[in-house]
Ligand binder design. Structure first.
Ligand code: PAN
Ligand code: ZN
Length: 196
């Protein structure tokens, strides 16, 4: 019997196993939710271009493990986001973006594949990007809004660890957006002020 088989027999098997490269999670039940273009209406700049596209197109998918209840103080969640390549008009596919409802709760993002930009914004709306690629690790302060943009041609896959009591404030981003947008200009990503 191998050590792993022994551990498994004696109940020491890890509750969740990861397929790092592909964003797979197996074992204990994990949640999974997909975001479509239709659900991101109002987030992309070029609404006319978005209206021409299939509202059912998947933009990204999140899988996460909740070993404790949402809202429990001091717990941690673990998850992965698979963000597809694509554009709405000139704007690259991206996550909705949010700031944590509890502004003291930070988060890690770690990229395994693809090419992206992590857009961050502080409480004064100062906004900037960090490059994401295989192996990049990002520490996001609890009071920084965060959104990921896929600027490559393949899915962008990144893992995340965040507090079970972090919560999500999507309203601030839905109403005011970030201070910058990432658009394709001349075949390359360009960071432009968000004037909408
Ligand atoms: C991530 C995000 C995930 C999807 O798990 O929730 O990448 O992005 P939106 O939540 O902005 O749609 C995270 O930041 N959790 O806190
Ligand atoms: Zn977050």
């Amino acid at each position: 019997m191998t050590v792993m088989e022994q551990a498994s027999e004696s109940g020491l098997k890890a509750p969740v196993s990861l397929n790092w490269g592909e964003g797979g999670m197996s074992g204990e039940p994990v949640r999974e939710s997909a975001k479509t273009l239709g659900e991101l209406k109002g987030i992309f700049l070029d609404e006319a271009a978005g209206a021409q596209m299939d509202a059912g197109t998947e933009v990204y998918r999140v899988r996460w493990w909740k070993p404790v209840e949402q809202g429990e103080e001091g717990g941690l969640f673990w998850g992965v986001t698979i963000l597809q390549p694509g554009r709405v008009g000139e704007e690259y596919f991206m996550t909705h973006g949010h700031v944590h409802a509890n502004r003291t709760r930070a988060e890690y993002y770690a990229t395994v594949s693809g090419t992206g930009l992590l857009v961050r914004m502080d409480e004064q709306r100062k906004s900037w990007v960090e490059e994401m690629g295989p192996g990049t690790l990002h520490y996001i302060r609890g009071n920084h809004a965060h959104r990921v943009v896929n600027v490559g041609n393949e899915p962008l896959i990144f893992w995340a660890c965040w507090g079970s009591d972090a919560g999500y404030d999507y309203t601030t981003i839905r109403e005011f957006g970030f201070g910058i947008r990432v658009l394709e200009r001349g075949g390359r990503p360009a960071i432009v002020p968000n004037e909408s």
